[in-house]
Design a protein around this ligand. Structure first.
Ligand code: UGA
Length: 446
């Protein structure tokens, strides 16, 4: 099939490369000329395991191309994916500006039937807006023949996790398509057929249900995390190790082990934004989504617990040097959007402490966000980060942080304190090494 993907960010690039990899002819379009030039030169603007190889193989095979030429992309392809960003507005609702700009240019340039696929995370009712925008532009076109061009708009939300995006696209649990048209169903089946071989993963539903499914999935996962973080807070006051509780409840298949890891709060470009946007949608419809507000509140508070625990243990942190392991919001990405590390570092700086940080991938991103400052040293590795530090805070569970010599850490850290936002170590081993080790939901803070 001939496919164009609007938006060469995270979702668009992964979708484009994976669709090209199974033989479709794919054109990726972006308004950012510099980004397109970098992509043409084989440079991938984001860190995602396996993506660079996948892109270069498919470019070399002639199945994947990059352009800023919208007219070319629209006329060349039958299927047009919209995968542009929907950043939060000031009030938390999703900003559809980019989505509707793409819709407008599709209307301006389409020359025959097009199937438009909404892949961006968009509020319920957006497909209708995309449809109306295209129809509006077509009706205004000077070439009267164009005014009757047919097109369909369907919803096909993405469920990629950063760090595992290719795996999720190629072997994901489901492909959701919202449409009421048999023709669209047939074309979308053809589009995904190579990834839908062993059992049918495609779930068809109404357009609005597909749009809501995306938000409901993320909100459900965020709810599980905030629930577990709340239980962790309770465990700290009841002298219980929440890790035992996690194993205890996870064994019930109705609950399951996924997404019940207590931590220092969820971050990234999806959960915080999507929970907020869904709550906002509810409010717009006169419905109070009490649970969603609570999920968000618990998460906000959870991100602040790292600093609270550290300063409760150290007293004043002014003049202290705090080592930070992990800056990205989760492992296998360089993404620091809404990362708990940011909340922590900003609180430390405000309190007059210095930070020595290490992250396997996010150092450049950290520099980009915070620039050069006297109270931030980015170190070459995890060992350098703890040299001369008073205490260590772990914000991200990178594999490299999992196995460490705790006795060595106790020797390095002058206050012999670790605040671990990811519960990486065993309580007993930490105590034996002579460390004060404060995790999430594991210590009696009553
Ligand atoms: C999330 C969803 O998992 C994807 O299915 C979805 O497609 C994507 O958002 C999106 O909407 O684009 P992602 O944001 O990449 O993916 O990250 P996750 O792996 O889901 O982790 C989100 C946050 O939850 C991280 O900060 C992580 O540390 C935290 N988390 C996760 C926990 O604190 N505890 C857990 O048990 C699991």
């Amino acid at each position: 099939m001939d496919i164009s993907v609007f938006g060469s960010g995270y979702v668009g690039l992964v979708a484009g490369a994976c669709l090209a990899d199974v033989g479709h002819q794919v054109i990726c379009i972006d308004v950012d000329a510099a980004r397109i030039e970098r992509l043409k030169a084989g440079e991938i603007p984001i860190y995602e395991p396996g993506l660079s190889e996948l892109v270069s193989q498919n470019v070399a095979a002639g199945r994947l191309r990059f352009t800023t030429d919208t007219a070319f992309a629209v006329t060349q392809s039958e299927v047009l994916f919209i995968a542009v960003g929907t950043p939060p507005d000031e009030d938390g609702s999703a900003d559809l500006r980019h989505v509707l700009t793409v819709a407008k240019s599709i209307g301006e340039h389409m020359n025959d039937y097009k199937l438009i696929v909404d892949k961006s995370t968009v509020p319920v009712g957006t497909a209708d807006k995309v449809k109306a925008t295209i129809a509006g532009v077509l009706a205004e076109r000077s070439d009267t023949a164009s005014r009757t061009l047919a097109f369909d708009v369907c919803s096909n939300p993405e469920f990629l996790k950063e760090g595992a995006a290719i795996e999720d696209f190629t072997r994901g649990a489901r492909v959701i398509v919202g449409t009421d048209s048999d023709h669209v169903e047939e074309r979308m089946r053809a589009c995904y057929a190579p990834y839908n071989r062993n059992h049918d993963k495609m779930i068809f539903m109404s357009v609005r249900a597909a749009e809501l499914t995306k938000y409901a999935a993320n909100a459900m996962l965020a709810t599980k995390i905030s629930f577990m973080n709340e239980i962790a807070g309770l465990a700290e006051r009841l002298d219980v190790d929440v890790e035992e509780v996690r194993r205890g409840i996870g064994s019930d298949p109705r609950i399951g082990y996924h997404f019940i890891y207590p931590g220092c709060g969820y971050g990234g470009s999806c959960f915080p934004k999507d929970v907020q946007a869904l709550e906002r949608t509810a409010r717009e419809h006169g419905y109070q989504a009490a649970l969603l507000s609570a999920v968000e509140q618990v998460n906000y508070a959870q991100k602040r617990t790292l600093f609270a625990k550290l300063s409760a243990a150290l007293g004043d942190v002014r003049g202290k040097t705090i080592a930070v392991w992990g800056l990205s919001f989760k492992p296998d990405t360089d993404d620091m959007r809404e990362a708990p590390s940011r909340e922590l570092m900003e609180a430390l700086w405000q309190a007059g402490a210095r930070v020595q940080a290490f992250d396997p991938e996010a150092m450049g991103e950290c520099r980009r966000i915070y620039g050069e400052r006297d109270d931030l040293v980015l170190t070459f590795d995890r060992v350098q980060a703890v040299k001369g530090a008073d205490a260590l805070v772990i914000c991200t569970e990178w594999k490299a942080f999992r196995s460490v010599d705790l006795a060595w850490l106790a020797g390095e850290l002058s206050d012999k304190l670790i605040v671990d936002g990811r519960n990486l170590y065993d309580l007993e081993s930490a105590a034996q090494a002579g460390l004060r080790y404060i995790g999430v939901g594991r210590n009696n803070l009553a």
